[in-house]
Write a protein of this length. Structure first.
Length: 201
């Protein structure tokens, strides 16, 4: 674990032990994702996942939407949707250390990274079924009678894609770059007019 990562990790673990009373016995850093740090930790509450939100990628003014999404995850999990249980104390599942590090802690689940060409019909069916259940439940619980604040456009998607591509290239994240090549093809092929004409339900 690199020096700065150790400082962030120790800051977060100290906050977890102080707020939640969990004793962290060991940890393994998960080197996936862009800028955000993640660890699998063994605690007296079982195996948990800690995710730190990078202050570079998510300055304070960008955390509001994340907090809203996390609150929805808590409710969906309580409704029986298959998503990890959050652990927190305070007003939001996103907690903050005294040094300003935003983070969440949730149940850890073992799993495998499935390659784009490694999925089966059964995998896709199960994924589609769970996604449909999640959206149906979300529509029932969080219905909003207003137009969405954001509508997809190819220009905006390519702009965000280029931003992530540049960061991934700078960090030499070859596996992510391969995925981004496929994502670019999808952005090029998706019917934006059909998406924008979709009704909000």
């Amino acid at each position: 674990m690199q020096g700065q990562n150790i400082i962030v990790y120790e800051d977060i673990v100290g906050t977890v032990e102080k707020l939640l009373g969990y004793r962290v016995r060991s940890s393994i850093q998960i080197n996936r994702g862009l800028l955000n740090l993640k660890w699998k930790v063994e605690t007296d509450a079982g195996p948990l996942l800690i995710k730190q939100y990078s202050q570079k990628r998510y300055p304070e003014h960008k955390t509001l939407q994340i907090k809203e999404a996390l609150q929805r995850q808590v409710i969906l999990q309580q409704e029986g949707i298959k998503c990890p249980k959050m652990h927190w104390k305070g007003a939001s599942p996103m907690m903050k250390t005294d040094n300003g590090e935003n983070f969440v802690i949730m149940d850890f689940y073992e799993g495998d990274i499935v390659k784009a060409d490694g999925t089966s019909i059964g995998h896709m069916y199960d994924l589609g079924r769970e996604a449909a259940l999640m959206h149906t439940t979300s529509n029932e619980l969080f219905r909003q009678d207003k137009e969405p604040e954001w509508k997809p456009s190819r220009e905006l998607l390519f702009g965000k894609w280029q931003e992530i591509w540049n960061k991934a290239k700078e960090c030499k994240m070859e596996e992510l770059l391969d995925l981004l090549v496929n994502q670019k093809r999808i952005i090029e092929e998706v019917d934006m007019e059909e998406l924008n004409n979709s009704k909000v339900t």
